[in-house]
Design a protein around this ligand. Structure first.
Ligand code: NDP
Length: 253
C-alpha cells in the first residue's frame, strides 16, 4: 500500500478496481492524465506499480492503491472508506476487476462457476453498493461497469462469464434508474477482443477465428477502452445513463 504526498484536494476523485493490469490499468492512467485523483486496487501489487506512482506525481495528482479482493464485501467497504478519507468523496467509480474460467457447461466445475460469478458480478455489486450511498449523499457521481460483448451475445465455453457479464448489464441499467434522480449516472462499457493478459493465452486458432468476426480486422487496445470509460465518466456524457457502449471493432454477434 503506497500513496503520493498530499496536494490540495481540488481534483475529482475516481476509484478503479482491477487497476493493476490490462484495461483497468489503462483506465487508471487515463483518469490520472484527465486530472482525477485516483484510488485503485488489485489482489497482488504488480512489479511496475511504481510507474503509476510516477505518472501521478508527474501530473500532480494524488494516488492511493491497495490490495483488495473485490469478492470480500467487508474489505471493499473498508477500502472505499479509506479512499474517501485519503482523497475525498468519489466522483467516479470504474469496476474492471474480472476473471475468466472457461469450460463447456457439461464439464464446468462448481468452482469455475462460483469464482467467476463472485468476482465479476458480486464484486461489482460489492463496490457499487459501498459507493452508492455516499454518492447519493453528495448528490453526484458516475459509475462505469466493465462488462463484455460476451454478456450481450454469449460465447461457447463461457456460460459462467457470459452470465456474470450479462448480469452486470441488468444490474447497471437498474441502478441507473434508481439513482438518476440524485444526479448519479451509471453506464456499462462492453469490450470485444482487447489485448491484455486475459486474452494472451488464447490459441492462435481461436484468435484467427475471432479476428475474422471483427469488421475492423484487429484486436483492440486497453487504451481504446479507457478512452470510452473516460468519456462516460466525464461531464461530456452528462445526458447518458443506463447505456451499454460496445468497444469491439464492430462485432455484432
Ligand atoms: P486482466 O487479466 O489483464 O486484469 C484483471 C485485473 O482484475 C487485474 O488488475 C487483477 O488484479 C484484477 N482482479 C481480478 N480478480 C480480482 C479480485 N477478486 N479482486 C480485485 N482485483 C481483481 O484483465 P483485462 O484487463 O483484460 O479485463 C478487465 C475487465 O475487462 C474484466 O472485467 C474483463 O472481464 C473485461 N473484458 C476484457 C476483455 C479482453 O478482451 N481483455 C474483453 C471484454 C471484457 P490481480 O492481478 O491482482 O489479480
Amino acid at each position: 500500500m503506497q500513496e503520493t504526498p498530499m496536494t490540495p484536494p481540488s481534483a475529482p476523485v475516481a476509484l478503479v478496481t482491477g487497476g493493476s493490469r490490462g484495461i483497468g490499468r489503462a483506465v487508471v492512467e487515463r483518469l490520472l492524465t484527465d486530472g482525477y485523483d485516483v484510488s485503485y486496487c488489485y489482489r497482488t501489487r504488480p512489479e511496475d506499480a511504481d510507474d503509476v506512482v510516477k505518472l501521478a506525481e508527474d501530473h500532480g495528482r494524488r494516488l492511493y492503491e491497495a490490495a483488495v479482493d473485490v469478492t470480500d464485501e467487508q474489505a471493499v467497504i473498508a477500502y472505499l472508506a479509506k479512499t474517501a478519507e485519503r482523497l475525498g468523496p468519489l466522483d467516479a467509480v470504474v469496476t474492471s476487476a474480472g476473471i475468466v474460467h472457461d469450460s463447456p457447461l457439461a464439464t464446468m466445475s462448481a468452482h469455475a462457476w462460483h469464482s467467476v460469478i463472485e468476482t465479476n458480478l458480486t464484486g461489482t455489486y460489492n463496490v457499487c453498493r459501498a459507493a452508492v450511498f455516499p454518492m447519493i449523499k453528495h448528490a453526484r457521481g458516475t459509475i462505469v461497469n466493465i462488462s463484455s460483448v460476451t454478456g450481450v451475445y454469449g460465447n461457447a465455453t463461457q456460460s459462467n462469464y457470459a452470465a456474470s457479464k450479462a448480469g452486470i448489464i441488468g444490474f447497471t441499467k437498474s441502478l441507473a434508474k434508481e439513482v438518476a434522480r440524485f444526479g448519479i449516472r451509471a453506464n456499462v462499457v462492453a469490450p470485444g477482443l482487447i489485448a491484455t493478459d486475459m486474452t494472451d493465452g488464447m490459441s492462435d486458432r481461436a484468435r484467427a477465428k475471432l479476428l475474422k468476426q471483427i469488421p475492423l480486422g484487429r484486436i483492440g487496445s486497453a487504451a481504446e477502452v479507457a478512452d470510452a470509460v473516460s468519456f462516460l465518466a466525464s461531464e461530456r456524457a452528462s445526458y447518458i445513463t443506463g447505456q451499454v457502449l460496445q468497444i469491439d471493432g464492430g462485432i455484432s454477434q
